[in-house]
Design a protein around this ligand. Structure first.
Ligand code: ADP
Ligand code: MG
Length: 331
């Protein structure tokens, strides 16, 4: 769980802080008619640095496992404006001119650095490539291909599971190259300003790093992936002042998050009691099918605001995350 600081606006209008970290992974929500404590693997409060989140969330281990050939996924979940993009990319991800200060870089840049360092220190010959997709209004688009966005077909095969046809995969060897792919792609993402967040992401974005080790002749080569998912925020239409096109977007965002929540609830049931998992209900759940329930290793960072005004969204994020925590996979 990551709790962001109160924003200037929230402080100015006198919002109460209703979320407190109690240490040892416990987080406490106290407001007029609510008093609840939740337990997680780790809780980062408003004072936690980007580095603390990287080191304390298990992200470094995830990078190492991906190099070892596992499918690893980290996804940021939470209400619009709760700090998902900040956690993944840092504060200035949207600006081309001013790069963020190194201390504020997010999980993604830190993972890239770690990946490239590891690949150098292991002396192994790793082939790295990246693909970057967004799901906007239930359409999958390639964020790396130049030119106007066109929808790509999402297919299923016995060997590959769900996959996107014709997606671009770009090879890279340096930190500068992958960071520049990230920035290029993020600028193509659909964002629109509304009441809760000036640069609100209106799409789910998935950046996948493919890691192939060209191993010594005797052993088979390994292929791992490291996937970063920046989910569009959950939101209530009336609160954001969305109308027209914006409310169509909000509805498809909410629908896919609902589908995701539904899959997570079912996956959290004991194996014997599990029924069919409806991955096909949305593009998002299809693309995340492997990360969620199968052979992958997944880190979920649930972002919340400490403000009393966000109480109900915060509680729903915490419940959602508690369910996600009960899911076990077999990597
Ligand atoms: P989301 O992606 O969930 O919609 P953002 O990451 O864009 O939200 O964050 C909303 C605002 O809050 C941004 O202005 C961001 O810089 C700020 N913010 C979020 N998390 C933090 C944090 N941990 N520390 C400082 N500022 C933060
Ligand atoms: Mg965002």
């Amino acid at each position: 769980i990551r709790v962001r600081p109160l924003t200037c606006t929230e402080t100015r209008r006198g919002d109460q802080q209703v979320v407190h970290s109690l240490g040892d992974g416990a987080v406490h929500v106290s407001a007029a008619r609510h008093d609840a404590t939740f337990g997680f693997s780790a809780v980062f409060d408003a004072g936690a640095s980007q580095e603390a989140v990287f080191e304390g969330s298990g992200m470094r281990q995830l990078v190492e496992l991906a190099i070892d050939g596992f499918s690893c996924t980290v996804f940021a979940f939470g209400q619009t404006g709760s700090g998902k993009t900040y956690t993944l990319m840092g504060p200035l991800a949207q600006s081309e001119t001013q790069p963020a200060s190194p201390a504020l870089l997010g999980l993604m840049q830190r993972s890239f650095t770690c990946l490239l360092e590891q690949s150098r220190s292991r002396g192994s010959d790793l082939a790295l490539s990246a693909s970057y997709l967004e799901i906007y209004n239930e359409q999958v688009r390639d964020l790396l291909s130049p030119g106007p966005a066109c929808a790509l077909p999402l297919r299923w095969s016995k060997t590959r599971g769900f996959y996107v046809e014709n997606q671009l995969s770009v090879e890279f060897e340096s930190l500068e190259a992958i960071v520049s792919l990230l920035l290029q792609g993020s600028q193509r993402r659909r964002t629109s300003a509304h009441a809760l967040n000036r640069h609100s992401s209106r799409s789910h974005a998935l950046l996948t790093i493919h890691i192939r080790s060209r191993a010594a002749s005797a052993c088979p080569s390994k292929q791992g992936t490291l996937c970063f998912v920046d989910l569009a925020g959950s939101e209530r239409v009336k609160e954001t002042g969305s109308s027209g096109e914006l409310s169509v977007e909000a509805n498809s965002i909410n629908r896919s998050l609902l589908a995701l929540g539904h899959c997570i609830s079912l996956l959290a049931k004991p194996r014997g009691k599990r029924t069919h998992i409806p991955y096909r209900d949305s593009k998002l759940t299809r693309l995340l099918a492997r990360s969620l329930g199968g052979s992958g290793i997944t880190l979920m960072v649930a972002c919340i605001s400490p403000s009393s005004r966000c109480l109900s969204e915060t509680l729903s994020t915490l419940h959602y995350a508690s369910r996600a925590r009960r899911v076990t996979s077999r990597p």
